[in-house]
Structures are given as structure tokens and as C-alpha cells.
Design a protein around this ligand. Structure first.
Ligand SMILES: [Zn+2]
Length: 183
């Protein structure tokens, strides 16, 4: 199978597979995240410049999980990490390692569960309204299709129209994310 190129991803130079699409109906339960797996306990990276605002250590369902929130309130929630490489209130940059892929919590294999939303406060909003979420596959520039494979080389690719060279250097991923509301 051909491996597609992601605009940005939580894995770098590491082919990953979509194991469960975002917002899939799994027997009556909506899957609010995107499951991706490299098949191994590999490093997991931030897709945002932001701050670690919430962490859960071995939660029964989420395992080791963390929320990274950017200044414009765009946020990512990663679950099932094997371990962390950041702490609560850590400042992180795009491409910075935040942990190791794992299978902690309610998980049947090594993978990363990624959710995205616009956080109004400092707490993740638990909801089943699609409008409360952002589509992580749109942000990453990948297809929301099970078993498709992708790679990200560590250099974020801005969406079209391509910004100027100067803008491109400091491309505001958080601003891009804001425009991608749920489909
Ligand atoms: Zn999941």
C-alpha cells in the first residue's frame, strides 16, 4: 500500500496506520478521537506550540493522557501513552517529544488516540457534539480512512494557498486548526 505524506503528525519519520477513524460509530459509541499506530512504542510529538494544561496518570480509560493547549485555545488530547516526557504546565513546541506511544488504560494494542477541540477554559470539554471538536485528520492532512498509512518528515507543510516564504517559516498551525471545524 502506498504511504501518503502528512502535513503534520504526532509521529516523525515513522510510518503510521489509521487504526480507527475519527468520529466513527463503533457499535453505538462515537469514537471522538483518531487512532493511529506505528506498531511500536515510539516517540510521540506535539503538533502545537502550547502548554500542557491537563494530565492523567494511568486513568482507567485514558491511561496516561495529556492535553496541550495553544494560545488561541486550539488543543490536542493524547491518550494511552506508555510514559510522559513533559510535566503539567510544561511549555511545548511543535515537534517536541511529549511521551512514548503505548497501550495504557482501555486499549487493546499500542496506539495513540488523538482528539482536538477549541478549549474555552483550562479543562477539556467532554461532549458528543461534533461541533465541539476539530477534525484531527484535516489538521494532519491525511484521509480519515481505516488502514491507510502515512508519514510525516518533521517539517510542517502549510495548507493551500501556500503562504509566502516568510510566513511559511513561522506558519501558525494553531490558526489553521481554528478554520477546520468538524466536517
Ligand atoms: Zn481511540
Amino acid at each position: 500500500m502506498a504511504v501518503g505524506k502528512a502535513r503534520i503528525a504526532p509521529f516523525i519519520n515513522d510510518v503510521f496506520t489509521v487504526t480507527s477513524p475519527w468520529w466513527a460509530d463503533r457499535g453505538g459509541e462515537i469514537h471522538r478521537g483518531l487512532d493511529i499506530s506505528t506498531g511500536a512504542k515510539d516517540p510521540v510529538y506535539s503538533m502545537l506550540d502550547g502548554t500542557v494544561v491537563q494530565m492523567w496518570h494511568n486513568d482507567s480509560s485514558m491511561g496516561n493522557a495529556l492535553v496541550i493547549k495553544a494560545d488561541d485555545n486550539t488543543a490536542t488530547l493524547y491518550m494511552h501513552l506508555d510514559s510522559f516526557s513533559v510535566s503539567l504546565n510544561s511549555t511545548v513546541k511543535v515537534g517536541q517529544q511529549v511521551g512514548i506511544e503505548g497501550t495504557t488504560g482501555e486499549s487493546t494494542g499500542v496506539h495513540l488516540h488523538v482528539e482536538m477541540q477549541v478549549m474555552s477554559g483550562s479543562r477539556w470539554k467532554w461532549s458528543y457534539n461534533k461541533s465541539d471538536y476539530l477534525d484531527p485528520t484535516a489538521f494532519m492532512g491525511i484521509d480519515n480512512v481505516k488502514n491507510t498509512q502515512w508519514i510525516y518528515d518533521g517539517t510542517p507543510i502549510p495548507p493551500e494557498p501556500t503562504p509566502s516564504k516568510v510566513q511559511r517559516k513561522k506558519f501558525p498551525w494553531v490558526l489553521y486548526a481554528r478554520k477546520i471545524r468538524s466536517r
